[in-house]
Design a protein around this ligand. Structure first.
Ligand code: SF4
Ligand code: SF4
Length: 190
């Protein structure tokens, strides 16, 4: 993996720059749609994280040093990046020499409300068995609603999707992450 790290790092930096430029050029109506959709996503993710923390998830994950975070480089999507652009903050530096570029010494460097969908909705057996039946039901209810929110981005923008941004960008072959569909659908409600 280390040998792929420089190339992945370069591609990621190029993507961040391109998405940033294209985001700034979006019509205000489109950026408003994005903001509102991201507020809903953040709310759902914070509640999911509350269930995870209530089941001692933080301590358990620290003990196993993020074993399930391998391949994390394919979890961040266009929606993940937009969570930072929408708040006018730079995304944290990505270190592609790690199993996941956002896995720091103290765990994930992405706050719960900005973590990729695959990450915030995954709990292993160790954590799941600490959730009550009611909590588990709520967890999967939130998961379904959250997935629909991410799918709305995927339906709207060719650069979004449930697959990671590195893979998505390669499939675009230089085309815009947002494309003209943004203009067509800018008046749609979220
Ligand atoms: S979810 Fe489970 S496997 Fe993944 S880091 Fe946490 S404890 Fe480890
Ligand atoms: S983004 Fe965070 S939670 Fe997701 S795989 Fe990477 S370190 Fe793990």
């Amino acid at each position: 993996m280390a040998t792929l790290a420089p190339e992945r790092g370069q591609r990621w930096d190029d993507i961040v720059r391109q998405v940033g430029r294209e985001y700034q050029a979006l019509p205000a109506t489109e950026r408003t749609w994005i903001s509102l959709a991201l507020v809903r996503i953040a709310t759902l993710q914070v509640e999911l994280d509350g269930l995870f923390c209530g089941a001692s998830g933080e301590g358990l994950c620290a003990d196993c040093a993020g074993a399930c975070c391998a391949k994390g480089h394919n979890h961040a999507t266009l929606t993940t990046l937009l969570m930072f652009l929408d708040r006018d903050v730079a995304p944290p530096a990505a270190d592609f020499t790690r199993t996941c570029p956002w896995l720091g010494e103290q765990g994930c460097v992405l706050a719960a409300d900005r973590r990729p969908y695959n990450c915030i909705t995954f709990v292993c057996d160790k954590i799941e068995q600490r959730l009550t039946a009611a909590e588990l039901h709520r967890f999967y209810q939130l998961d379904r609603e959250l997935r629909a929110c991410y799918q709305a981005f995927a339906d709207r923008y060719p650069g979004a999707g449930m697959t990671g941004l590195l893979l998505r960008a390669a499939r675009l072959e230089g085309r815009s992450f947002f494309d003209c569909r943004a203009e067509i659908t800018s008046q749609e409600s979220i």
